[in-house]
Design a protein around this ligand. Structure first.
Ligand SMILES: Nc1ncnc2c1ncn2[C@@H]1O[C@H](COP(=O)(O)OP(=O)(O)O)[C@@H](O)[C@H]1O
Ligand SMILES: [Mg+2]
Length: 303
């Protein structure tokens, strides 16, 4: 069961912001679109939330074609990259206004608003005007607002942009809690660690194109390149033996260390075998991360 299906969506401004993008998002999962600034993430989010009309292609959200704007809008919640709260109103009034737009009656509104405020830990602040809120609190309130009307699919465009580490982690917990309630989450980010920690599947986007989609673990092991760094005496003695091992890409030696790159899962046991009986001062393993994946796929560093 998929909550989002995109088939060769395209949108051009002066540049091709979204270039034949296709993917599917499983119901009840967190899908992260990871890409550097200008990759096309906000434009793609705009298309899926029916705010931007694509030049071509097809997409379905919560079972409706994005051409059926009102049907889709009923089923989704959105947190935009740019804050969009009325700062003269209180937290509750902001949510109240939103709930009324969705046609909720008083009793339901009260219930849902309280639940949403609780989810993000703002229930004590419900009657405070938003201009008094910190950046993190505003972001939390926007999450609560996106969630008030029980959306099936939640769109979060860079939900933790500019937040401090601690608030970012709290936001991750909220996002996971929503997923665990069965909500499908489509989020964008340019933070590698956010994608690694949070999502069930990641799509790497660059220059309008999705260049890879999959589970983070699968993408990493497909790329496979990590490094093992061993501190030993006379490293040159072992260079040849390491070079012979299957799966080793490169061996670099220094005066007191040796670095072996390759698929860590594969080469590590063999490295231990070679080092059997050798006095090792320290051994460090660097597993590949999504940054390595991006580098491998694009030939550029992630910025
Ligand atoms: N309304 C617009 N008019 C002109 N160019 C735009 C507009 N929106 C986005 N772009 C361009 O499209 C590209 C993708 O932008 P965007 O979707 O905002 O990327 P991201 O969210 O990944 O940073 C960029 O080159 C940006 O300048
Ligand atoms: Mg953006």
């Amino acid at each position: 069961m998929y909550s989002i299906i995109a088939d060769c969506l395209e949108k051009s401004f002066e540049v091709k912001a979204v270039d034949c993008v296709s993917f599917k998002v499983k119901k009840g999962s967190i899908f992260a679109l990871l890409g550097p600034n200008g990759a096309g993430k906000t434009t793609l989010t705009g298309i899926l939330t029916t705010l931007i009309k694509p030049d071509s292609g097809y997409a379905e959200v919560a079972g409706f074609s994005i051409e059926e704007k009102l049907k889709v809008r009923e089923k989704i919640g959105v947190v935009f990259q740019e804050p969009a709260l009325d700062t003269k109103l209180t937290a509750r009034e902001n949510l109240e206004f939103h709930a009324m737009l969705y046609g909720m009656r008083k009793k339901e509104r009260d219930e849902k608003i309280l639940r949403a405020l609780k989810l993000v830990g703002l229930e004590k602040w419900e009657n405070v005007v938003v201009e008094k809120f910190s950046g993190g609190m505003k972001r939390k309130l926007e999450m609560a607002r996106a969630f008030v009307h029980d959306p099936e699919v939640l769109f979060l465009d860079e939900p933790t942009l500019g937040l401090d580490v601690q608030t970012r982690r709290i936001m991750w917990e909220y996002i996971k809690a929503l997923r665990d309630e069965g909500v499908t989450v489509f989020m964008t980010t340019h933070y590698i660690d956010e994608a690694e920690n949070l999502c069930d599947e990641v799509a790497i986007m660059d220059r309008g194109k999705i260049i890879k989609v999959g589970k983070v673990e699968d993408l990493k092991s497909e790329i496979g390149e990590g490094a093992v760094y061993v501190e030993i005496d006379n490293p040159q003695k072992y260079t040849h033996e390491f070079e012979k091992l299957e799966g080793v890409k490169e061996v670099t030696i220094g005066e007191k260390f040796i670095q072996i790159t390759g698929n860590v899962d594969k080469i590590l046991p063999m490295i231990f075998r070679v080092l059997n009986g050798v006095k090792v001062r320290s051994i460090k393993v660097k597993n590949p991360d999504l940054e390595d994946v991006f580098l491998k796929l694009t030939g550029r560093r992630f910025e």
